[in-house]
Design a protein around this ligand. Sequence first.
Ligand code: HSE
Length: 440
Amino acid sequence: MSRSVKIGMAGLGTVGSGLAKILLEKGGILAERAGVPLELKRVCVRNPDAPRQIQLPPGILTTDLEGLVSDPDIDIFVELIGGLEPARSCIIKAIEGGKHVVTANKAVLATCGWEIFRLADQKGCCVAFEASVAGGIPVIEVFREGLPANRISRMIGILNGTSNYILSEMSSRGEELDTVLKKAQEKGYAEADPTYDIDGTDAAHKLAVLASLAFQAPVEMDAVSKEGIEAVERFDLEMAAELGFVVKLLAVASKRDEGLDLRVHPAMIPAGHLLARVSGVYNAIYVTGDAVGEILLHGLGAGQMPTGSAVAADVVALARRIASGCRCSASMFLGFGLDGNGTVEICPREALESRFYIRFNAQDRPGVLAAISGILGSNGISIESVVQRGRAVGGGRASVPIVMLTHAAPVIAVEKAVEEIEALEVVAGKSVMIRVEELE
Ligand code: HSE
């Protein structure tokens, strides 16, 4: 075998430790698959004295990020720091110095990925990013290598393991969001800032990355409309079950005549659908292509070893390319060239329609239901069913939950109607609106 391919890694958190473990314990099979030995040369951490689960060979740890990024001996820079900075600057510096990059950083890719890919193209470097979406599921490779013959019309993902774990545990164990989030953090599923898991940001980053591959054009984060699971309560999950649904945080990209519809939000889906069975920290991506039909990818979406496995896949693929002396460019791991791929048309909100589950908290008095349904009717929204649970305890001003399922209606009209309903004196506080996703 030829000389080793040398790896410099920044970040030794959950994913970094997973990769280090794989490189140290499986060096033999990785070398066979890459056709060249892989050497973990440097690992940059903030605190070298922090307790770690992994024992690295002596002399590998450094705190000198600049030094690692500009070390001429390193072939592949693996960025596992997360967050925007200093990750973005390090990636750019590494490429400017002629290094290939492997990153799991969906935030960087979704906000400034195209600047990075263009620079990599100019410098003849590869940027690989399998671990940025859906943990251990090789979804990036599937889009790049497995589906080039397809026009993708729709992609529905469960792309955030933490929120899926939270919704599953809230439904099956009746636990509260905060309690389950703590467990997700202990298990290493959550982001450094777990707000991103809960408010839909992490799933939106991943959707932007996947949509770029599926539709072969730069899609950035601000094209994705996003809503998180903060407002979903156990009551809504129980109601969903009674109505024959399961609640999931969905990431949807679909091609419509008006443009791409890109959105992340909690949604009710039929309990019998395959996606409804994706529970815990599992992720799934359900893709419809004109040649392949429908496919479902399923696997662990977060955690040390599944995500470490995805990073290792990129490292091996890159090492193989380096060892064979192939030409490198950004398009090698994107699956399409950057020239001629302009901006995508985004579907205007006015064109979007959906069925909705809406929960109002309203006083239990004659005429309240008529007032609510009157406002829905005057906004052109037709009601499919109504459920009122219990009687108000403690007098006429106490409120009870009223749940309505609407027929498909313009999203903007539903939002306006709900705002008008919330202004009624007999309605208390914010309502909960959850879309009902149409799935065959
Ligand atoms: N926090 C992320 C998740 C980790 O829960 O899916 C994997 O990207």
